[in-house]
Ligand binder design. Structure first.
Ligand SMILES: *Cc1c(COP(=O)(O)O)cnc(C)c1O
Length: 397
């Protein structure tokens, strides 16, 4: 293992083992140990591991055609875009290979709309929020409202302004004649599973209307049923001008998407933006099968029900635990706020064969498959609450 890793850059703090097989909410490691997966990679495998219908579609596509470039029509891409448009507020889709690239496309589209369509090149600034996460490319790490992802990467691109999350008054003061867009996650995923307040979102929409700003919603983690709606903006009764998808879109196949309103179409005129691999036959086959399963089996509704149940159970089971500050979440994106670092508890759960992930230093994040059985969810929640009870008892001694 040590030798195999030595050929890699050390940019990931990896656990020193690998999984060799996955099925539904189960994973197995090299020693045959079984794990219950409550994190789905990082909120990616929303249909569980190796979902059959997606796998079948991929196998069929593997035997047929992999790549032709975006110089030609790609029927899978057109079908997936059509289905996304049919089930969202958007009118047009651009496909990328990752979330960061989808956000890059959103940033580029917003700027180009003001520069080329409206003829207002001075309006190039995008307001983003403290503790947001938008990706690791230079523009998207600059958009991200956390200093830790920026260290050592100067000079950074210009044109980003940061506002405190859920603080409408502070945001208002930052809107200027240079602002072109406001960009946010409806629930900050990496930042600690923090949902935007409905009143805050309402004010954002008003500000966008008053000042002619574009509203960009990063749904890379919250989209694809995760929060109990197909897209998290639906909880707020709003329609973003642009939103982005990636994590859950391809069930683990790399694919991202940037979706926008009709008026933005001409800002991405032919030749203005592109990607060699974006929207290729394989990725869009996975995306299409994933979205079809999600819609047919009403998985957003299932996530809403199971998520509400899980929050209730956690609140009940963790009541009085002094290590727990809050249980929060939307659908099956849940956070348990702690007074202590989450890392050690996550490590103990891993030893017990239960996979969860952190969201910042003091939050345990759960993002189980939208198809997880109630029995598995109960078992996972029981393991978490037992571990937290054990830690609290040890701390009290
Ligand atoms: C994961 C994530 C990204 C970045 O996606 P990549 O595919 O890693 O580039 C951007 N925004 C949000 C909200 C994310 O959760």
């Amino acid at each position: 293992m040590g030798e195999a890793q030595s050929a890699l850059f050390p940019n990931y703090a990896r656990y020193p083992f690998a999984f060799v097989k996955g099925e539904g909410s189960r994973l197995w490691d090299e020693n045959g140990k079984e794990y219950l997966d409550l994190m789905c990679g990082i909120a990616v495998t929303n249909l569980g591991h190796a979902p059959k219908r997606v796998g079948d579609r991929l196998k069929e596509q593997i035997d047929t055609l992999w790549h032709t470039s975006n110089l030609y029509r790609i029927p899978n891409q057109e079908k997936l875009a059509g289905l996304l448009v049919q089930h969202s507020c958007a009118d047009a889709v651009f496909f990328s290979n990752s979330g960061a690239e989808a956000n890059e496309a959103a940033i580029k589209l917003a700027r180009r709309y003001f520069q080329k369509v409206l003829g207002q090149p001075e309006r190039c600034e995008i307001i983003t929020f403290h503790m947001s996460f938008h990706g690791r490319t230079l523009a998207t790490l600059t958009a991200t409202g956390q200093d830790k992802v920026k260290e050592g990467f100067a000079p950074l691109p210009q044109g980003f302004v940061y506002a405190p999350f859920n603080d409408a008054e502070a945001l208002e003061k930052l809107v200027s004649s240079r602002t072109c867009a406001i960009m946010l996650e409806m629930v900050q995923g990496e930042g600690g599973v923090n949902a935007a307040d409905p009143s805050f979102v309402k004010r954002i929409v008003e500000l966008c209307e008053e000042h002619g700003l574009l509203l960009i919603v990063d749904e890379i983690q919250t989209g694809m049923g995760r929060t109990g709606k197909l897209f998290a903006y639906e909880h707020y009764g709003i329609e973003p001008d642009i939103f982005t998808l990636a994590k859950g879109l391809g069930s683990g196949m790399p694919i991202g998407a940037m979706l926008g309103k009709e008026k933005l179409r001409e800002a991405f005129s032919a030749g203005s933006h592109g990607s060699t691999f974006g929207g290729n036959y394989l990725a869009t086959a996975a995306g299409l099968a994933t979205l079809e399963v999600m819609l047919e089996e009403k998985l957003p509704e299932r996530a809403a029900e199971l998520g509400a149940y899980a929050v209730g159970e956690l609140k009940k089971q963790l009541a009085g635990n002094p290590l727990v500050t809050e249980v929060r979440g939307l659908g099956l994106l849940l956070g348990i706020g702690l007074t202590v670092p989450a890392g050690e508890i996550i490590g103990s759960l891993l030893d017990q064969g239960v996979l969860v992930i952190s969201a910042g230093p003091n939050v345990i994040r759960l993002a189980p498959s939208l198809l997880i059985s109630k029995e598995d969810l109960d078992r996972g929640l029981a393991a978490i609450t037992a571990e937290l009870a054990k830690k609290a008892a040890a701390a009290a001694v």
